[in-house]
Ligand binder design. Structure first.
Ligand code: NAP
Length: 250
């Protein structure tokens, strides 16, 4: 694989949280980054940061639940930036609820964004990578896809599904020279985690469950994603890196 600075990278969910850190991590001079979120205007700050680091940013609106929009978005990325070499499926939502209270609408919102959206975007990009015989996909799963956590019936199922999807795609697409890997972070201080971390007593409880006694940072997650997308990881596929300070060891 060529040097990092010549790559075209598509990152979903780049408007906030981990996605901003991923964009900054990939933003070396010469890199061409396609950044997506539901609203194009929400990507302005990420684009500013990426361009300040010397990379080119292309902001695009994509709701990953709208499969019908994917071909045009991927077409636009490849027409403006060139063939996509790296896809990072980072867009995701959580609605923590006791299982007995989860509505069909909430279930669908979570599964459609986190699992169905990631699969069909990967399919859209993968169909173009296959004839080129190169490409790498990194999925942002979650420690909640590896171990059971309360109030995560839908979210945990979506992330466990994403982990199995990573393995199946790695197996199927190895013959095409495409690698597929995942990261599974524990709690990171973002809007998504605030719903849990900001409840009384929860932060202390969660820290007590992480052997290294701190939350993951956006930079911790970005470092593992960057590694999985780097030439140093060329022989890794189907791997799930737990970015969790040891939280899933027991
Ligand atoms: N924070 C954690 O503790 C943690 C731990 C493990 C894994 N993760 C995973 O890390 C990823 C990023 O999470 P985060 O913590 O950075 O969350 P966040 O701060 O809430 O950001 C979520 C990102 O996903 C985008 N998004 C949400 N729904 C979307 C949709 N339907 N279509 C397109 N984009 C959508 C959001 O963009 P817009 O709202 O602007 O469209 C935003 O850019 C998620 O997959 C999450 O499950 C997070």
């Amino acid at each position: 694989m060529e040097a990092n600075n010549e790559r075209v990278v598509l990152i979903t969910g780049a408007s906030r949280g981990i996605g901003v850190g991923l964009a900054e991590g990939f933003a070396v001079p010469g890199a061409r980054l396609a950044l997506t979120a539901r609203r194009r205007t929400s990507l302005q700050e990420t684009c500013r940061r990426v361009e300040a680091l010397g990379a080119h940013a292309l902001p695009l609106a994509l709701d990953v639940r709208r499969l019908e929009d994917m071909p045009a978005v991927v077409d636009q990325v490849e027409a403006e930036l060139g063939p996509i070499q790296v896809l990072v499926n980072n867009a995701g939502v959580n609605i923590p609820r006791p299982a007995e209270q989860v509505t069909e609408e909430q279930w669908d919102e979570i599964l459609d964004a986190n699992l169905k959206g990631a699969f069909f975007l990967t399919q859209e990009v993968g169909r173009r990578m296959i004839p080129r015989r190169r490409g790498t996909i990194v999925n942002v799963a979650s420690a909640a896809g590896l171990v059971a956590r309360e109030e995560r019936a839908a979210y945990g199922s979506s992330k466990a599904g994403m982990i199995m999807l990573t393995r199946v795609l790695a197996l199927e697409w190895a013959r095409h020279g495409i690698t597929v890997n995942a990261v599974a972070p524990t709690f990171v201080e973002t809007d998504l985690a605030a719903q849990t971390l900001d409840r009384p007593g929860m932060r202390e409880k969660i820290l007590g469950q992480i052997p290294l006694r701190r939350l993951a940072t956006v930079e911790d997650v970005a470092a593992s994603v960057l590694f999985l997308a780097s030439p140093q990881a060329d022989f890794l596929t189907g791997v799930v890196v737990p970015v969790d300070g040891g939280a899933t060891l027991r």
